[in-house]
Design a protein around this ligand. Structure first.
Ligand SMILES: Nc1ncnc2c1ncn2[C@@H]1O[C@H](COP(=O)(O)OP(=O)(O)OP(=O)(O)O)[C@@H](O)[C@H]1O
Ligand SMILES: [Mg+2]
Length: 423
């Protein structure tokens, strides 16, 4: 193998998306002067050691992860030594909490007059918001501030420097099963890759596919993978809800295999080639031949007939998605509706079916916000990997209030240290 000319330095970000159907590694260079994310290389490998986000075959994971990383390394001509990873699965849970403190100057008791809020006060509030008891083997992965409230003023994004007597913080916590997270970290470390941190797959996908306006006015990002569907609901600029449904696009493949009596591989090919989420958009006249098994007779089926099965399953998945979004307890319509991403979002006419079934605006979200070799990672199933390489910048953004006055390098070190405390 050709020797790689560069080793990963501090401006190189690497993300490995660990999916039930594929590993995808993305390598990017961040320009510190303008925070531009330039994609340098991408590598993929089908995965066979993961089912619905959980490890079922460790050795296969290591082998397949290595293949995806090596391909990306060759393309970028950079040797990877650290990376961010995605995590998903039914064990991922989201919860909204809050914490509040009386503002006081160092060494003083809380006073009756307004005091300036310092960064330490914000830290204290966040610590209190995180101080809830979880079952054993469960830890906080993300602490995502939604808003701060100073006395009676709400909706504050960055309270540092403002004055008041009481500071309250509302946050969304994402928790994961510790054992699941540490197993993925071990697999990466076995390849000589130290782990910068883990990011919930749905959150990573949302970073790459939606903009500030959508987060502000309300949107639900729905990452339809092969085995799981990840959901992240945003409103007023913050995350209001996260959830994982243990069903993905593979269920459509399984239905096709059962209904048409074909193997899974053939069913997958048929899905990619002929399926439509809306049967009414598929022609009854366009027929295709089914694979012949064991010298049997040849059979034909129309795209319309196939799409009837697909529509039925997709409608069921959409209803599960709608039920999960309703758990966000938001009493207003999400202005920007649904943004579908992940490989399953590539099913034709999906947005149309969603609009019709759920009476809500819908679009397909492909990764954006990067430069470089964008053409090799322009489809929705790259969203989580592209979101990962954008994550460190996004993290600084959302935590700006907490880290005001700290340089990006220090923020990063702080986060890494915090992350290591848990794993
Ligand atoms: N054009 C297409 N039409 C329909 N489905 C598609 C299309 N392209 C890909 N898919 C489906 O997308 C799924 C893979 O998506 P993706 O790569 O996002 O999954 P993953 O991230 O590996 O899985 P998970 O998120 O569940 O862990 C497969 O089930 C595949 O059949
Ligand atoms: Mg996925």
């Amino acid at each position: 193998m050709k020797k790689l000319s560069r080793t990963q330095d501090k401006n190189i970000q690497v993300g490995i998306d660990i999916g039930s159907s594929k590993f995808c590694c993305a390598i990017a260079e961040i320009d510190p002067s303008n925070q531009n994310v330039k994609l340098l290389g991408v590598g993929s490998c089908p995965s066979s050691g993961i089912k619905k986000g959980s490890i079922i075959h460790r050795d296969k994971i290591i082998e397949e992860m290595e293949k995806a990383v090596t391909d990306a390394e060759i393309m970028a001509d950079i040797k990877v030594n650290r990376s961010w990873l995605t995590i998903s699965g039914e064990h991922v849970r989201g919860i909204n909490t809050q914490g509040a403190i009386a503002i006081q100057k160092p060494g003083q008791t809380p006073s009756a007059t307004d005091q300036e809020i310092r960064i330490e006060d914000v830290y204290k509030v966040l610590e209190l918001a995180k101080a809830i008891s979880f079952p054993v083997d469960r830890n906080i992965l993300h602490t995502l501030p939604q808003e701060y409230i100073i006395d009676t003023m709400n909706g504050i994004k960055d309270p540092v420097g403002m004055s008041g007597r009481r500071l309250e913080g509302r946050v969304h916590l994402v928790t994961v099963a510790t054992s699941s997270a540490s197993n993925f970290i071990n697999c990466a470390e076995e390849l000589g890759i130290s782990v910068d941190g883990l990011v919930f797959q749905g959150l990573a996908s949302s970073i790459a596919t939606i903009d500030k306006d959508e987060k502000e006015l309300g949107v639900a990002v729905v990452d339809i993978g092969s085995g799981t569907t990840d959901i992240v609901v945003y409103l007023d600029g913050g995350v209001r809800h996260t959830g994982v449904i243990p069903i993905g696009s593979d269920s459509i493949t399984n239905d096709i295999a059962v209904m048409l009596q074909v193997g899974k591989k053939e069913a997958e090919e048929i899905k990619l080639k002929y399926a439509s989420a809306k049967a009414s958009m598929a022609s009854p006249e366009l027929e295709f031949e089914l694979p012949v098994k064991n010298g049997g007779i040849s059979r034909k089926i129309s795209e319309h007939e196939l799409s009837r099965y697909v529509e039925a399953r997709m409608t069921e998945i959409l209803n599960l998605i709608s039920r999960e979004i309703s758990r966000a307890d938001i009493h207003q319509k999400l202005t920007y509706g649904l943004v579908f991403t992940g490989g399953g979002a590539q099913l034709s006419n999906l947005a149309g079916l969603a609009e019709e079934t759920l009476n809500i605006r819908a679009r397909i979200g492909a990764p954006k916000g990067i430069s470089g070799v964008v053409d090799v990672a322009s489809t929705p199933h790259y969203a989580a990997a592209i979101g990962l390489i954008q994550w460190p910048l996004h993290y600084q953004d959302t935590q700006a209030g907490i880290h005001a006055g700290l340089t990006p390098g220090k923020v990063f070190k702080k986060f890494t240290a915090w992350f290591k405390e848990f794993f």
